[in-house]
Each structure stands twice: as C-alpha cells, then as structure tokens.
Ligand binder design. Structure first.
Ligand code: UT7
Length: 315
C-alpha cells in the first residue's frame, strides 16, 4: 500500500531575538520566573509576514528533498496567524514559491495545526489525490500578543518550519495517527475578539490577545499528549523502547518533562528547543524536527513520535 513519507525539511527563524532580560525592562517579570516556569530564555520577533517565513522554510524543505516548487501539487500552511484572512497564507506562499502546479490551503488547529496538516497531507497522498505535498507550520504570534499581560506575552514567539511529503511503497512513512478536539473546553485558550464576533472597525477590540487558563491547559496537555502518544505507538505495533525520539510541541519545558515521565521516556529520547524560540504554535514541531535532524539526533529508519496540544482544545 502506498504510504507518505517525509523527504525534506527546513526552518526559518527571524533574526531579531527578544530575551527574558529584554522583557524585564518592559514588564514586571524576571528571567528567573520565565525560565523556571516555562524553560524559555528567548524568542524571535519577525519583521516580515507569516507567509514570508513560511516561504523560506518551504524553499529549504524543497531543497532538502531535491525538488523544484513546480513539483509540489498541494501546500498546506498550518497557522493561526495568517497575513490576511483572504487570501490565505497558503495562497501567498504558493505565489512566492512559484509553485504554480499546487493547490494551497490554510489549516487552523492552533498548536496542533502541524500534526493535523501532516496527517491530512499524508492521507491525500495515500488516497492518490496528490503526490508531493508541502506541509508548513508558520506563525507570527507577536501580532496577537498583549505585552501588558505578563502571564501570556512571555511565552510566545515567531517562526516557521516545513516538510515535504512524498509517496513510498516501503515500510517507512506515517505509521499511525490520532487527532482530537475538545471544543467544549475552548475557553481555556483563545483569542476571543477576532473574527465575525468582532465589530467591523479598523481598531482591534481589546479581546484580541491570547487568553489562557495556564494551569488548566498545562494539566490537559500532559494527559492528552501522553495518552495519545501511547495509543499511536500501540497502533503502530511498537513499544516505547522502539521510539527513537519524541518531538513534542514546545509550549513549556515542564509539560514536556511531565509528558515524558508519563510515558516513561528517557530524556535523551525527547527533543527540546523551547529555550531558544518559546512557543511558536503550529511551527514548533517542524522547527524542532529540522533541528533534531541538523544535530544528528535522527537517523534513517528512526521511529519518531510527534505530539501537540493547544487551542481548540486540540491535540
Ligand atoms: O501551546 C498552547 C498550549 N499552552 C500551554 O501548554 C501552556 C500551559 N501552561 C503553562 O505553561 C503554565 O501554566 C504557565 C507557564 C503559563 C504559567 O505557569 P504556572 O506555574 O501555572 O504559573 P501561574 O499561572 O500559576 O502563576 C503563578 C504566579 C502568579 O502570581 P500569584 O497570583 O501566585 O501571586 C502570577 O501572577 O506567577 C505570576 N506570574 C508572573 N510572574 C512573573 C504570571 N506571569 C508572570 C510573569 N512574570 N511573566
């Protein structure tokens, strides 16, 4: 049976760094608090739009796969911070890449968006609709950040990562997956004032800004990322000893540590780069995957588990 496998990867991080000590100067916070509560030391702030970062990551993933933009027949951009609502970020990316043979669509599942997109893209290949799919996670979250709210503003950053999916008849590729949503708990993590609920006015309403019940989201993230990982590993017919690396959504070092403990993974089986970029929502996993490959942490044939949890509440 035809499966879909990752053949290219790349990332794009804006050069401007916002450190914890920078934040100390504009709000009542401390490097000690941010580091001990989240593991974050610094994050990137983009001077260009979401689609610009997505395009750079996309070009790099295509180069890694040895493909041209014209080889791609579907682009999925996982984002909750598109440049505009219409056109989609994916439309801009298609034009900037010159991927003239590709259909293109945005997917919003907040922090779980990359995994949703990966599964959707893989199934388009498995079903025979598409042959080469570019899946990108890209966010310019600082546009939503209310820098007077210290409880959320210290957590997020900007960036993009991408993978190319291609068909394979071998035994590699996407082995199993689980996607889920608890829409009834959406209030625990949301940007409530943006969309048709808002007034049609040029000034953004004050509800535009991330609102989060951190402890509630923390508790659910550990449970859902852990339990969901157990189910997909079982469904793939594997044990956790067979898992070479867990690449989790990077929202909080303590969530990642607690998830790893819940499923009894050793620290060398878990990839973490949250200290450098903070939470880039849909972009954390493709950025982390790219860095794990750059660091030689992933060898051909490795078994990788991706896990994410975020707004929706999605996993
Ligand atoms: O990617 C989407 C998913 N998102 C997540 O998974 C995030 C999940 N939640 C978390 O990561 C954590 O809950 C946070 C990092 C957001 C917060 O950590 P916490 O240990 O749950 O802290 P807290 O919210 O209970 O706040 C503790 C204290 C409060 O002070 P009081 O009321 O105890 O006096 C806050 O006012 O820390 C205070 N505080 C801060 N202090 C300094 C909150 N933000 C800050 C800050 N600097 N930036």
């Amino acid at each position: 049976m035809t499966n879909a496998t990752i053949t290219g990867w790349g990332k794009a991080l804006p050069p401007s760094v916002l450190t914890n000590s920078d934040l100390e100067k504009i709000m009542d916070t401390s490097d000690e608090w941010i580091t001990s509560r989240s593991g974050i030391k610094e994050r990137r702030i983009s001077h260009v739009e979401t689609s610009d970062m997505a395009t750079i990551a996309g070009f790099r993933a295509l180069a890694a796969a040895g493909l041209e933009p014209s080889d791609i027949d579907l682009i999925i951009v996982a984002t909750c911070s598109p440049d505009t609502l219409i056109p989609s970020a994916a439309a801009y990316v298609q034009a900037k890449l010159g991927a003239t043979n590709a259909a293109a669509v945005d997917l919003n599942a907040a922090c779980s968006g990359f995994i949703y997109s990966l599964v959707f893209g893989a199934n388009m290949i498995r079903g025979g609709t598409n042959r080469r799919v570019l899946v990108i996670g890209a966010e310019k979250l600082h546009s939503y950040i209310d820098f007077t709210d210290r409880s959320t503003s210290v957590l997020f950053g900007d960036g993009a990562g991408a993978v190319v999916l291609e068909p394979t008849e071998g035994d590699e590729g996407l082995l199993s997956s689980e996607l889920g949503m608890d829409g009834e708990s959406a209030e625990f993590l949301c940007i409530p004032g943006f969309g048709t609920v808002g007034d049609r006015v040029p000034d953004l309403p004050s509800e535009v800004g991330v609102q989060m019940d951190g402890q509630e989201v923390f508790r659910r993230a550990v449970t859902m990322m852990g339990d969901s990982s157990v189910r997909v590993v079982e469904e793939a017919g594997l044990d956790f000893e067979d898992v070479d690396i867990l690449i989790p959504h990077q929202a909080n070092q303590r969530i990642i540590d607690a998830t790893a403990r819940r499923i009894k993974l050793a620290s060398d089986q878990v990839f973490m780069n949250i200290h450098a970029y903070g939470n880039t929502s849909a972009a954390t996993i493709p950025i982390a995957l790219t860095e794990a490959l750059e660091q030689g942490r992933i060898r051909p044939g490795a078994n990788i588990v991706f896990a994410a949890f975020g707004g929706g509440l999605s996993w």
